[in-house]
Design a binder for this molecule. Sequence first.
Ligand code: ATP
Length: 261
Amino acid sequence: MCRVIVICNQKGGVAKTTSTVNLGIGLVKEGRKVLLIDADPQGSLTASLGYVEPDELKTTLATIMMAVINEEEIQPTDGILHHKEGVDLLPGNIELSALEVIMGNVMSRELIMKEYVEQLRERYDYILIDCMPSLGMITINALVSADLVLIPVQAAYLPVKGLQQLIKTISMVKRRLNRKLQIQGILLTMVDFRTNYAKDIASRVHETYGAEIEIFHTVIPFSVKAAEASAEGISILTYCPGNKVGIAYKNLTQEVLSYEN
Ligand SMILES: Nc1ncnc2c1ncn2[C@@H]1O[C@H](COP(=O)(O)OP(=O)(O)OP(=O)(O)O)[C@@H](O)[C@H]1O
């Protein structure tokens, strides 16, 4: 059974892309077939897997969604790239911004991505969708396509307001468009264990949301190696396997796998 996980938070720079890459490749290393979809016009997921000029790619999530809108014939594998670490990637680029505007006039516009993702379910064990930092129509499409939402939260400020908006949007999508949608958990990222502040934020997230939402036991520490790995176009699991961030993503992978049972 394929599981579609959306990595989502409308706050920018909270490690959505880093978590998509390292959880995705972590799952590949555990023998799962994984597709990553870049649903961010910045194309950071695409770039951090080594395709450093996302805007030059011909077939991307935007062109595929446009083909669905125009009812053109597409093969499910069109545009999918194979990364050297064994993960597949449907790239994304700036054309997603234009698409978001065009979609304003399209009938059943929330369902476009789902129509495509459904065709891919039989080919993969996991499909991870990396969202842009906004709750616009592309992100809504990702939530409608998904089974689970993973919410990275940077332990650097108290994210209460932003998270409430996100949780409200997820509940609305669940009520109106995708009844099976579940929040898999909040993932605390970039935690600097040397500071009391980070520890304080972590415990306040537990106090505020712990009763309502799962919080992953795994916490992702802060390390500059995370940025170095993405500049090399590979996961931190391969770039620096013994690094604390790599170890944390391996633990996160095990937690995600434990939901298979
Ligand atoms: N554990 C970590 N320790 C230190 N730096 C990190 C860590 N995880 C990610 N980063 C860095 O933080 C920055 C933001 O991370 P990332 O791009 O994954 O966030 P994002 O939520 O996807 O951003 P956006 O909202 O712009 O799409 C990047 O420079 C990344 O390399």
